[in-house]
Design a protein around this ligand. Structure first.
Ligand code: LMR
Length: 394
């Protein structure tokens, strides 16, 4: 089915795009042997980082892949091999994406493979960016959505378990991303649980932007912004610990009512507002935030600062229930791993809301217990009152 690309074993050179299939693919059959071109080989050439991306023919990927291929994400000295996962339906579109990557002449892009079988596409992956998921359809409850997407993440978790590097870092973007990440993690016991993330960097970026606008300062001066909890309307954008130009954001802004009653819901529902304006989910800003989330793990975090990522709660210092994927403040030394930042002030206002998001994620985990090999309780996310929202559904 899927032709593995031999070029990475050969050293620097052009890349090969290989489709899965039997039929010749014109430009995709192009191959290049570096031994013919040794004089162009830089001395400091690194081994390529293998990045697998699901939902590769979608709009988020269409922004993200070009950032990755350009070197903006993993560094200007880091060659990249892209493995693009799509569905049978998106096969032609995947080829189109690969053609555009090819036409962009990115010097760091070593190879592009496309395919529809996760066990082939995830082979030897150093990173898996799981972007593809199905949106909630009309009349569907959150439990149904969890079930439908859960099946995808069981399959992808199992495939990662079987063929990815045990050190593979997995970032789940497809919604409901926290619980999808949990499902993938529980189905991939060979991978380190610490290496599973669900994307809340988009929410962090949104929060930083709104705080900066309110304070009338440049975004760069806003730091220490945590998103707690679920990437849903229960998420908690933490203005208590946020800082602007090194000072507490709440003091700089000096408008508690705005922070509690305007800022907080605005961040929780920003995805929904954007869908109203655009007629579709955020794509470019999501891609930017995925790039930011990766960069946060591959570059050392600035002294005193942190970033948000939804990570496994096992052993967390905030007393959040173990065994869920919950957004918290993290720091990295730049080697792809992270530690949870301890000691943030959790006042009553934050505690109450963090608890709500924790309860929601615990319920989500119960709803998918049959997909995570846990005994679990009954799924309580049914019926209008219990149903909770993604940011885009508010
Ligand atoms: C977002 O936050 O923009 C998305 O997660 C919204 C959505 O529900 O697709």
């Amino acid at each position: 089915m899927f032709a593995r690309n031999p070029v990475s074993a050969r050293g620097r050179g052009a890349f090969v795009v290989r489709a899965a299939e039997e039929k010749p693919l014109g430009v995709f059959k192009l191959e290049y042997d570096i031994s013919n071109d040794d004089k162009h080989k830089p001395n400091n050439w690194k081994e390529p980082v293998v990045v697998a991306v699901s939902g590769a023919a979608g709009q988020i990927s269409n922004h993200l892949l070009f950032k990755i291929a350009s070197g903006e994400v993993y560094g200007q000295d880091q060659p990249v091999a892209l493995r693009l996962l799509g569905s049978e339906r998106s096969r032609e579109a995947l080829e189109g994406v690969a053609m555009e990557l090819e036409d962009s002449l990115f010097p760091l892009l070593r190879e592009v493979n496309i395919g529809i079988d996760p066990e082939l596409v995830f082979a030897d992956a150093d990173w898996a960016l799981l972007i593809g998921a199905k949106p909630r359809g009309p009349g569907m409850e959150r439990a149904d959505l969890l079930e439908m997407n859960g099946a995808i993440f069981v399959e992808q978790g199992k495939a990662l378990n079987k063929v990815a590097k045990p050190t593979c870092v997995v970032c789940v973007v497809g919604n409901p991303c926290n619980t999808n990440a949990l499902i993938a993690m529980e189905n991939a016991p060979n991978l380190d649980r610490k290496n599973f993330h669900a994307l809340t960097r988009l929410d962090e970026n949104r929060a930083k932007c709104q705080l900066a606008l309110k304070a009338g300062v440049f975004y760069e001066t806003v730091s220490n912004v945590t998103i707690w909890g679920n990437h849903s309307t229960t998420q908690v954008p933490d203005f208590v610990n946020a800082r602007i130009d090194g000072a507490p954001a709440a003091e700089v802004i000096d408008d508690q009512a705005w922070l509690e009653s305007e800022f907080t819901p605005a961040i929780q529902t920003r995805g929904g507002l954007l869908i109203k304006k655009w007629g579709r989910s955020s794509a470019a800003s999501t891609a930017v935030s995925i790039a930011d989330a990766i960069k946060a793990l591959v570059t050392p975090t600035k002294e005193g600062d942190w970033f948000s990522s939804a990570v496994c709660t096992d052993g967390n210092p905030y007393g959040i229930a173990e065994g869920i994927v919950f957004s918290m403040p993290c720091r990295s030394t730049g080697d792809g791993s992270y530690e949870i930042v301890e000691g943030l002030e959790i006042n009553d206002w934050l505690r109450e809301r963090i608890q709500t998001s924790e309860d929601e994620l615990t319920k989500e985990a119960d709803c998918v217990s049959h997909l995570t090999g846990k005994m679990g309780g009954a799924c309580e996310l049914q019926g209008a009152e219990a149903d909770t929202m993604l940011p885009g559904e508010a």
